[in-house]
Design a protein around this ligand. Structure first.
Ligand SMILES: NC(=O)c1ccc[n+]([C@@H]2O[C@H](COP(=O)([O-])OP(=O)(O)OC[C@H]3O[C@@H](n4cnc5c(N)ncnc54)[C@H](O)[C@@H]3O)[C@@H](O)[C@H]2O)c1
Length: 265
C-alpha cells in the first residue's frame, strides 16, 4: 500500500513548478487530488498526471486570495471524493524591487496571495477536517524571511516568515483534534517563479543568475520539484503522525555555510 492511498488532497498553485511536482508525487503515492490554480493550464498538467499515474484528479481554476474560490474548490473536492484529508498550501508569488521603490500595491499583492491565500485555504478545509476527525495541512513557507533574504525581497520575505507563525498557531490550536500543520522551508528549485526572479536579478544573463545559485549551494544544485513533493508527501501522510508545528528546511545545505572563503573545501 502506498503512503497516500485513499487520501484526498487539495493542492494550490498546481499548474506548474512546485505545485506540479507535489501533485505528481501525491499521485504516485495513490492520493486523489483537487489541483487548484489561477491558470487554466492546471487542466493540462492534471491530464498529464492522470495519464502517467492513473490518478483520480479534479481541477479548479480559481484565485487563492478570494475566499469564495477556496471554499468552492474544497466543496467540489468533498462532493467528488467524499472528504478532504490533506491541504498543500503551495500557491505563492514573488516580485523583486528595491524597498524604496516597492509600492504598497506590490506589498499588498504578496500579502493577498501568500498570506491570505494560505489563510483562505486553511479556513476552507478545517471545518471538514474537524467533522471527519482529522487532517493534515502543509504550508509552503521558505528559508527566505525566516532564515535568510536577498535584497529586493522585502514583501516576499515578510509574507513567507508570517507563514511560520500561522503554522505554529494552527498546529497548537488543533493538535488535540487530530489536525497536524507543518511548513516547508525550501531554498531554491528551478521553477517559472525562479526563472522570472533570475530575469529581474540579471536581465542581461538570467541563466548565469541561476548557475550562481547552484554554485552557492553545498550540494551544487537546485532542488527538483518532486524532491519538494516527497517532503510534502511525508508531512501529508501517516508516516509523520507525531509531527506538528514543524518547519522543515529543504535546501541542499544552502543556509549552512558561514562564509564563501573559509574552511578546507
Ligand atoms: N521555487 C523556489 O525556489 C521556491 C523557494 C521557496 C519557496 N517557494 C514557494 O513555493 C511555492 C511555489 O513556488 P513556485 O516556484 O512553484 O512558483 P511558480 O510561480 O513557478 O508557480 C506558482 C503557481 O501558483 C499559481 N498561482 C499564483 N498565484 C495564484 C493565485 N492567486 N491563486 C491560485 N494560484 C496561483 C501560478 O499560476 C503557478 O501555477 C510558492 O509559495 C513559493 O513562495 C518556492
Amino acid at each position: 500500500m502506498a503512503k497516500l492511498d485513499g487520501k484526498v488532497a487539495v493542492i494550490t498553485g498546481a499548474a506548474v513548478g512546485l505545485g506540479e511536482g507535489i501533485a505528481e508525487v501525491y499521485a504516485k503515492y495513490g492520493a486523489k487530488l483537487c489541483m487548484i490554480d489561477i491558470s487554466k493550464e492546471v487542466e493540462e498538467t492534471a491530464e498529464r498526471i492522470r495519464k502517467e499515474y492513473g490518478a483520480e484528479i479534479i481541477t479548479y481554476v480559481g484565485d487563492v486570495s478570494k475566499k469564495e474560490d477556496m471554499h468552492e474548490a474544497v466543496r467540489k473536492t468533498v462532493e467528488a471524493f467524499g472528504e478532504v484529508n490533506v491541504a498543500c498550501c503551495n500557491a505563492g508569488v514573488c516580485r523583486l524591487a528595491p524597498f524604496e521603490e516597492m509600492s504598497d500595491e506590490m506589498r499588498d499583492f504578496h500579502i493577498d496571495v501568500n498570506i491570505k491565500g494560505v489563510w483562505n485555504a486553511c479556513k476552507a478545509v478545517i471545518p471538514y477536517m474537524l467533522q471527519q476527525g482529522g487532517g493534515n495541512i502543509v504550508i509552503a513557507s521558505s528559508v527566505t524571511g525566516d532564515i535568510v533574504a536577498d535584497a529586493g525581497e522585502a514583501a516576499y520575505a515578510m509574507t513567507k516568515a508570517a507563514l511560520v507563525g500561522l503554522t505554529k498557531c494552527l498546529a497548537v490550536e488543533y493538535a488535540d483534534r487530530n489536525i497536524r500543520v507543518n511548513c516547508s522551508q525550501l531554498g531554491y528549485a528551478r521553477t517559472p517563479m525562479v526563472e522570472k526572479m533570475a530575469v529581474e536579478s540579471n536581465p542581461a544573463d538570467p541563466e548565469s543568475a541561476i548557475k550562481d545559485i547552484a554554485r552557492g549551494v553545498p550540494m551544487k544544485r537546485l532542488a527538483k520539484p518532486t524532491e519538494v513533493g516527497e517532503l510534502f508527501a511525508f508531512l501529508g501522510s501517516d508516516e509523520s503522525s507525531y509531527i506538528t508545528g514543524g518547519q522543515f528546511v529543504i535546501d541542499g545545505g544552502s543556509t549552512l555555510p558561514e562564509t564563501m572563503s573559509m574552511g578546507t573545501n
